[in-house]
Design a protein around this ligand. Structure first.
Ligand SMILES: [Zn+2]
Length: 104
């Protein structure tokens, strides 16, 4: 097991998990439910961790994550519900979780 990514936003982590699973990398989430359970923890301690199950997939996973354009660096699609900008590789809005809708 190797930790390849962590973020406090479960939707962003979920998107990256989907991307990795799509290229055949088995992943596992940790700390998924801490945010709701431990109210006194500061936000930095509630980051959700994304682990690859097979150590040999670590390099592939990291290079794939490197290729992901995050909303701050690349404008690819706008969420119709909340108006946030999402990277092209994201299937659901990182901000509100709405499904991607193709805009003509
Ligand atoms: Zn949204």
């Amino acid at each position: 097991m190797k930790l390849v990514f962590q973020h406090e936003n479960p939707i962003i982590v979920g998107n990256i998990k989907n991307i990795l699973e799509n290229i055949g990398v088995k992943t596992q989430l940790r700390n998924e439910y801490i945010g709701g359970a431990a109210g006194e923890l500061p936000p930095t301690d509630t980051a959700i961790e994304l682990w690859v199950v097979n150590d040999r997939d670590e390099e592939r996973a990291l290079s794939e994550i490197d290729n992901i354009n995050f909303p701050s660096s690349s404008i690819d699609w706008y969420c119709k519900k909340c108006g946030e900008v999402n990277a092209a590789s994201f299937e659901i809005c990182w901000n509100c979780g709405s499904e991607r809708a193709d805009i003509a």
